[in-house]
Design a protein around this ligand. Structure first.
Ligand code: SF4
Length: 375
């Protein structure tokens, strides 16, 4: 470490960062409160999601479920509906399961000890550190990708941040950096620097409060750090979906199973087609779609390819081709399926991909874009 000892390097970071944060911090709704429930919700929502996206969700969610007890008592559909559009729906389900645990085991108060907080469903080391430090000012590190980027650059650390051992090392380092009695502000200062100044691409070093001693910048390596081995690209999956309408203009939809990806959300009935060439074929695709849904008890007759949509999950990339369809016999829809019109559409919770498709359908935009006449 050039020109300055390790101890001075650490204390300069803590002091400069904290001083900067106290004047430069953004006014965010969850920063107006030390309510651990609010901080917990904000931290769960902020995982994989940008601050600007989270703000309106956070405000609506805390208005609808103002306390842990309200969240614990709410029907799951209401919680999913309030989360609709934020993605990663297991976060919402885990949050509610953990809220129920807080009510049952801790009398509705978010616990302030590490073992209890870390034991809540959906609360990993980062979130427990964030809740304990921000809400209770406990000297616990809260290390996520942003913080690892800042620390890698400031200390010029070459270790791969995708490795669990690196994260553990960074947690130890971040813990040492917390100034006495300042855990809440210091951890937020590190996060804020990563979000606002020391950004993944083109960090704003000239505006950075810790630039004087930043070892990565002094070595000219701020753009190449942190080192991160690449994750595998999401696996492509080809799916055919049926937009089945009846004479009254209603659409047949189904609810996903209670476990697994997008559990309990609503969707158009759809099936995976392992061979992309069959998925693309205007001859093979309708027959495959009809046969696969018939095997699930749903007899439909696909008519016209009307739209394509895609969605990228962490491990999967869905390519969804939508066919309009009509019911092929008089039997009632199988369990889990129902007919809906525009009013019911608004009440149910959907993954983004199907919400967009159906809102376009009900507004006539889908048919207009495909150049067909809506019935
Ligand atoms: S000087 Fe640049 S690289 Fe170093 S912490 Fe600040 S923004 Fe990041």
């Amino acid at each position: 470490m050039s020109g300055i000892g390790e101890r001075e390097l650490k204390s300069a970071l803590s002091k400069d960062l904290l001083g900067w944060y106290k004047v430069a911090k953004r006014d965010l709704p969850w920063r107006r409160s030390r309510d651990p429930y609010h901080i917990w919700i904000s931290e769960i929502m902020l995982q994989q999601t940008r601050v600007e996206t989270v703000i309106p969700y956070f405000l609506r969610f805390t208005e609808k479920f103002p306390t842990v007890t309200d969240l614990a008592a709410a029907p799951e559909e209401d919680v999913l509906k309030a989360w609709e559009g934020l993605g990663y729906y297991s976060r919402a389900r885990n949050l509610q399961a953990a809220a129920r645990e807080v009510v049952e085991r801790y009398g509705g108060r978010v616990p302030d000890d590490k073992a209890a907080v870390s034991g809540l469903k959906g609360v990993g080391p980062y979130t427990s550190g964030a809740i304990l430090s921000i809400a209770f000012n406990r000297p616990e590190p809260a290390v996520d990708g942003n913080v690892m980027r800042v620390l890698s650059r400031y200390f010029c650390i070459d270790e791969d941040i995708a490795r669990p051992a690196t994260r553990i090392g960074m947690e130890g380092l971040a813990r040492e950096l917390i100034p006495e009695g300042e855990a809440a502000d210091f951890n937020q200062a590190l996060m804020e620097l990563g979000a606002m100044i020391c950004t993944p691409k083109s960090p704003s070093c000239l505006a950075c409060p810790v630039m004087t001693h930043c070892q990565g910048r002094l070595a000219g390596r701020e753009e190449e750090l942190p080192i991160k081995s690449k994750a595998k690209p999401p696996k492509p999956q080809y799916r055919l979906a049926a937009l089945t309408m009846d004479a009254a203009g209603r659409v047949l939809v189904r609810q996903r199973p209670s476990q697994g990806l997008l559990a309990r959300l609503w969707e158009l009935p759809h099936v995976e087609i392992p061979a992309p060439e069959q998925w693309r074929s205007d001859e093979a695709a309708p027959a495959l779609l009809a046969a696969a849904l018939a095997a699930e008890g749903l007899a439909i007759r696909p008519e016209r390819h009307i739209a394509d949509a895609e969605h990228i999950f962490t491990h999967l990339h869905w390519y969804v081709r939508v066919w309009t369809a009509v019911i092929a016999d008089d039997s009632p829809p199988p369990p889990g399926c129902r007919w809906i019109g525009p009013a019911e559409f608004e009440l149910l919770a959907w993954p983004n991909l199907f919400r967009k498709l159906l809102s376009q359908h009900f507004s006539g935009a889908l048919e207009a874009a495909a150049g067909v006449q809506a019935d």
